[in-house]
Design a protein around this ligand. Structure first.
Ligand code: SF4
Ligand code: SF4
Ligand code: SF4
Length: 378
């Protein structure tokens, strides 16, 4: 059943059970948030989304207050804006003034809101936290608790999406601090290094360790791609700087996986630029014809010096046309001599469905064998 209410003088209709925040966003009205994320449960912790509701005695948190028929909401009342500004000032009183060198400068929700609400770094003589930066907890996750605004998004992402329940808050009041397990290293607290907590952190408290110092958001180009590791088909953005992948970030609009990625997809990209990576096909030198030898000779390089002494001959680099000709000739030879069933084929989970479909057709109809299998594991 839908509910009709008024937000900032505009009549808005939204499904019953929606929160004020959801109804406002459907109507194109922005209410600032920090602890809220649409993938996670609402906790109303940061108080940034407070709004004025007619006949309510106090400001209401838009992310946890359900809409009601005839409700009248003002998201930009003086009281709401003043309260947000005060909350931001409080957050900044215990936050390092590090934007200049921070990895997430330009991609930080706290910074954006401080700008929008004209909040500068408050001078004050009170207590500030000074936590040691945690670089040992996990091989992929950098933790700077000094920048943590205690929004709890990492806790909920790890618990509700990843089901690992690694993070939590310990202590109370000013001493409240983000801890893994019973204040352990992340890896000792059941962490599987998926990086979901990093993806949901609105500030620079959690960051991808492999990407430290390699480029901020305005220095990279994001290229959407599909993960090559398994058949799920997660998509994500390669962050590319000067032709090199410096980070992987997940994207809310990825159709298969949303913000979720596993450790391989998020952190397993260094093979792309690895010097040991094969970039050209290799064939046994003895399999090349005299013509190919003449064409390729200038380009030949023994790829693996040990292979030169192998019974099967040296492996040499060649071009794709030559390599595919060699393979086609060998297939034809074997099939002519012993029939298609002398051949067997292994497909790969790293190929797309379409490629594997074509491979299956090629195996059964061209090679003439049903001996085809597939490795879904890595
Ligand atoms: S986390 Fe955000 S506000 Fe804090 S130092 Fe980094 S950019 Fe600045
Ligand atoms: S990396 Fe994944 S499993 Fe580890 S704490 Fe973060 S969300 Fe939880
Ligand atoms: S580490 Fe980030 S996501 Fe977690 S509570 Fe702190 S600010 Fe929020």
């Amino acid at each position: 059943m839908s509910v009709t209410l008024t937000i900032n003088g505009k009549t808005v209709t939204a499904p019953g059970g929606s929160t004020i925040l959801e109804a406002a966003r459907v109507a194109g009205i922005n209410i600032p948030t920090l602890c809220h994320h649409p993938d996670l449960t609402n906790v109303g912790a940061c108080r940034l989304c407070v709004v004025s509701v007619e006949k309510a005695g106090t400001l209401q948190t838009a992310c946890t207050t359900p809409i009601a028929e005839g409700m009248v909401v003002n998201t930009e009342s003086e009281k709401a804006r003043e309260t947000r500004k005060f909350v931001l000032e409080m957050l900044l009183t215990d936050h390092p003034n590090d934007c200049m060198t921070c990895e997430v400068n330009g991609d930080c929700e706290l910074q954006d809101l401080a700008y929008e609400y004209d909040v500068s770094w408050p001078e004050h003589g009170g207590s500030r936290h000074s936590y040691e930066i945690d670089t040992d907890s996990n091989p992929f996750v950098f933790v700077d608790r000094n920048k943590c605004i205690l929004c709890g998004r990492c806790i909920r992402a790890c618990n509700e999406i990843q089901n690992r329940d690694v993070w939590n808050f310990a202590q109370r009041g000013f001493k409240t601090k983000l801890v893994a397990g019973a204040d352990q290293l992340m890896l000792d607290a059941n962490c599987e290094s998926c990086g979901q907590c990093v993806a949901y952190c609105p500030v620079g408290a959690l960051y991808d360790k492999m990407s430290l110092g390699l480029g901020r958001v305005n220095q990279v180009t994001k290229v959407r791609t599909t993960c090559a590791y398994c058949g799920v088909g997660c998509t994500f953005d390669l962050n590319v700087r000067d032709g090199k992948i410096v980070r992987v970030t997940s994207a809310e609009d990825s159709p298969v996986n949303g913000m979720s990625l596993c450790v391989k997809g998020r952190y397993g990209y260094d093979y792309v630029h690895h010097p040991d990576r094969l970039t050209r096909p290799l064939v046994r030198a003895q399999w090349l014809t005299d013509v190919e030898r003449r064409v390729e000779i200038g380009d030949w390089r023994v790829a693996d010096p040990h292979s030169a002494s192998s019974d099967r001959g040296a492996l040499v680099e060649t071009d794709w046309d030559t390599a595919l000709d060699v393979v086609a000739n060998k297939f034809t030879e074997v099939k002519k001599a012993d029939g298609g069933d002398a051949l067997a084929v292994l497909a790969s989970a790293k190929c797309t469905n379409e490629e594997n479909y074509l491979f299956n057709k090629f195996t059964r109809q061209i090679l003439g064998t049903n001996t085809i299998d597939h490795c879904a594991r890595l």
